[in-house]
Design a protein around this ligand. Sequence first.
Ligand SMILES: [Zn+2]
Length: 402
Amino acid sequence: MPRDNFTKDTILRLAQRAGYTCSICESLTVGPSEEKENSVNITGVAAHISGASEGRGSRRYRSDMTTEERKSISNGIWLCETHADLIDGDEVTYTEKRLHEIKDRHETKVQYKHAGVNIDKGLFTEIEICNLATFTSSTRIKFQQNNLIIGQGSPGKTILCEFLASLKNPSLLKRWEDNKNRGNSFFSIKYFRTEELTYNIRIDSKRKITYDLNGVGTPVLIPSSTIFHLNKCFRDFVIENELDYKIKKSFMEYFGLREIEYLNFIADVATKKKYIIEDFEYDTEEDYLSVKLKDRTNYRSFQSLSSGEKDRVILEMTLQLAIFYSKFNSTITIIDQEAFPTMDSAGYCNLIKVVVENCFDFQFIVATFFEKNELPYKLLNTIELTVVEGDTKVQQLTMHHK
Ligand SMILES: [Zn+2]
């Protein structure tokens, strides 16, 4: 029987779309050869999903396919030699459907990596919001590693932040229970790690909130992620707890840390590189924090700092906590400008600069109402929300960071 082989061009494109890595084990299948200065060694194989010819040894062969279909790129998958052998010896595990899923997932991963997005620990990639607050029609917004949501006077920013944060704190959804006049309101979040998951939060016309994961109902959503949400409540909480006098208590309660965890954390941060402040010293006995700011030469007590300076200390602590948690699982840090009303645009520019320059291993969302020309927005995925005649028109400007 003749074999319906792929053309050279199809083989090249399959390899390129897979980033020259095996679609199963992700090992590299291209590299330099020592033979000549311009020699290349390729160890990958463009394998047929449905067998190239009828007969013994050809797996997943389908007689209903045309020659063209069998030779087409959609019937190919890029694999290392070991996995090419494996799929050609096991059509029970590696069914046609399974191989298509493996291929799609791998190409999506390559696409994220190629765009400079780290998906190793999971990433919220897209949200869709419909019939909630100012979003009267369905609106999709794509997220990357670092995201900046801007829009003067647009209430949409806070709502986006709150829905994402509600995955860890469902009480944020309370106010949506009073949504009786509307039907079919939902908030959908796509999450990618080894595969794409879609979480849906639906609010029906009887104010009932339901959740589903990939279309299957769940009692509550618990994604494997850590979410730090710095919003207005955070600010109120800190003030309520008299942060000036009981810094330990405030931080422990807000970040859900036990005393020993808090003390370990503080001791750990003291020895690490600081990003927003220069340094700090903490007296565990007295619960006394002294801070050295970037532009000052001496240490000062936390109590003596201005509101804006205190904000920077809180941000530093949040960054350090997020860095710590991101070692273990997907971590997302959401900062709503409402949490830091005393911070000026220079403070925000500084924060964004720190985020961009340090390539943190967690996902960052900053919602601010500053004008875009005040911020180094070109360095981030910028989502601009603009209010037009009382309705929210969402304009999306996507820019790859770096
Ligand atoms: Zn492999």
